[in-house]
Design a protein around this ligand. Structure first.
Ligand code: CA
Length: 493
């Protein structure tokens, strides 16, 4: 099998040389065509961390947490300094990854409640997931880890384009099987009907499994297993490694904790151990790509689903605030692309990109057909990215997080960012010069601010009412407060 992949890759390299040497005549001058050529069907591997802080990886400057495997990939790939996800917390952010849309437009702007099987809801079946698009174009598709997009059968990963699912359907999970299994079995024995989803047994394609390893290690093991299986077939693969680490509960292995004795804060020490375990898994995944001969033809994308939770050991320096916030720390995330000989090595990319762009970008790389009626909010950034260009010049990149009775909003366009947070007045920042959002320029540039607010109001007209809330009280409050009352949020100063 390795030999076959080497032959495939050799053919690709050979065609690259041929194409790069091809000359075309233009106005009597001979011009070499670009050497940047993308093979038609690469493997696509998305590694998503959960609540990982912007500066909690070595490649973004962490001094106290080591991430050697991620750092090697980042160094040999391109680091994005201005990568956004669509939402500052889990469910809506992941919805955008799979649908290529802002979650507000499909009623998914809140997390599904824990044990969402009790309300029977999930991401609208009208939305064709990117996994389905890739599956339909011949990809072998897998997700290992956290789902969080619907726990009943019709919303199950196997129904949404994934051939292979190993993990859990809810928004998180406890990490030590011996601990959570004991609690689960005790509650089951006592006749408890709904057992908290963090304690449920893991599953493989709908079948309960008896996991024995620390969950992060288990998800790494299953990712390696998927790659090994996939490498035996000719079709490329799409693998979504959806780690729940380092999301709470803060639970690290003793061996990993020992490495971080220098961190005195217990929460951060545990968090560091969890990040380290994730990094170990990335090492295992990369090793598997190499031994199966898939490494050279795999685009690896690493990012976090939202900002780090600063009350649970994370740091997002130099960004302001963290998970849940409309300031940068909430939704600007650590990210890199890696693909030998294709993605520029040792570079940083400073133009803004958003995870909403993945859907059309992946479809482009896979030469996959997107359904004609599929609505998308992002762009295929691939060619611009390779050329070092900004795909989002003059575009608005939005974030909107509903709180109890009001909404926080961030609107970025080029160097400008308008922010409304905590019922305070709108502020304006030059986000290129002032990454920490310290210097409010709303008085100096009122027209720029007003235009951004107007753009935000226009965008908000595309939203629909939430289909669920993360708990009952929030839904009741929402109705009592007649939310979202965007007239108040986007009122010009
Ligand atoms: Ca998250």
């Amino acid at each position: 099998m390795k030999l076959l992949n080497r032959i495939k890759f050799s053919i690709y390299i050979f065609s690259l040389i041929i194409i790069s040497c091809t000359s075309t005549k233009t106005n009597n001058s001979t011009v070499k065509t670009s050497a940047i050529v993308t093979p038609k069907k690469p493997n696509i591997l998305v590694i998503l961390a959960d609540d990982l802080g912007y500066s909690d990886v070595g490649f973004n400057g962490s001094k106290d947490i080591q991430t050697p495997n991620l750092d090697v990939l980042a160094k040999n790939g391109t680091i994005f300094t201005s990568a956004y996800v669509s939402h500052p917390f889990c469910g809506p952010s992941r919805t955008s990854l799979m649908t290529g849309r802002y979650a507000h437009k499909i009623g998914a702007q809140f997390n599904l409640p824990p044990n969402s099987e009790t309300i029977g809801e999930g991401i609208s079946l009208k939305e064709t997931f990117i996994s389905k698009v890739l599956q339909n174009s011949g990809y072998q598709t897998g997700i290992m880890g956290k789902w969080h997009l619907g726990a009943v059968q019709k919303y199950h990963p196997n129904q949404r384009g994934f051939n292979d699912f190993y993990g859990f359907l809810g928004g998180g999970h406890s990490y030590f099987p011996e601990d959570y299994r004991a609690k689960y079995e005790a509650q089951k024995k006592n006749g408890k009907k709904v057992i908290f989803e963090y304690l449920l047994p893991l599953e493989h394609n709908g079948k309960e499994v008896r996991e024995t390893e620390y969950i992060t290690d288990a998800l790494s093991r299953e990712s390696a297993r998927f790659i090994t299986d996939a490498s035996k077939k000719n079709d490329p693969f799409f693998l979504y490694v959806s780690y729940n680490a380092p999301h709470t509960p803060l639970e690290a292995k003793e061996e990993d904790l020992k490495l971080f004795q220098h961190i005195k804060d217990k929460k951060r020490q545990t968090y560091a151990g969890m990040v380290y375990a994730l990094d170990r898994g990335v090492g295992k995944i990369v090793e598997t790509l190499k031994t199966t001969g898939e490494y050279e033809n795999t685009l690896i994308i690493f990012l976090s689903d939202n900002g780090g939770k600063t009350t649970s050991g994370a740091t997002n320096f130099p960004l302001k605030e963290g998970k849940g916030s409309a300031y940068e720390g909430g939704y600007r995330v650590p990210m890199f692309f890696h693909w030998p000989n294709i993605v520029p090595s040792g570079k940083t990319f400073e133009h803004p990109v958003t995870a909403i762009d993945f859907y059309p970008t992946f479809a482009h790389l896979a030469d996959a057909k997107i359904p004609d009626d599929k609505e998308l909010d992002g762009k295929n950034i691939w060619n611009d990215f390779l050329a070092g260009k900004n795909s989002h010049e003059d575009d608005n990149i939005f974030v909107l997080r509903h709180r109890n009775g009001y909404s926080d909003v961030g609107i970025r366009k080029n160097q400008w960012k308008a922010v409304k947070a905590y019922r305070q007045k709108w502020k304006l920042f030059n986000i290129v010069d002032d990454l920490g959002e310290k210097n409010d320029l709303s008085k100096q540039h009122p027209q720029i601010l007003n235009k951004l607010i107007e753009d935000g109001e226009f965008w908000s007209r595309t939203h629909i009412q939430p289909k669920w809330w993360h708990d009952k009280k929030t839904g009741i409050d929402w109705n009592n407060d007649q939310m979202p009352h965007f007239d108040k949020t986007f009122k010009l100063p």
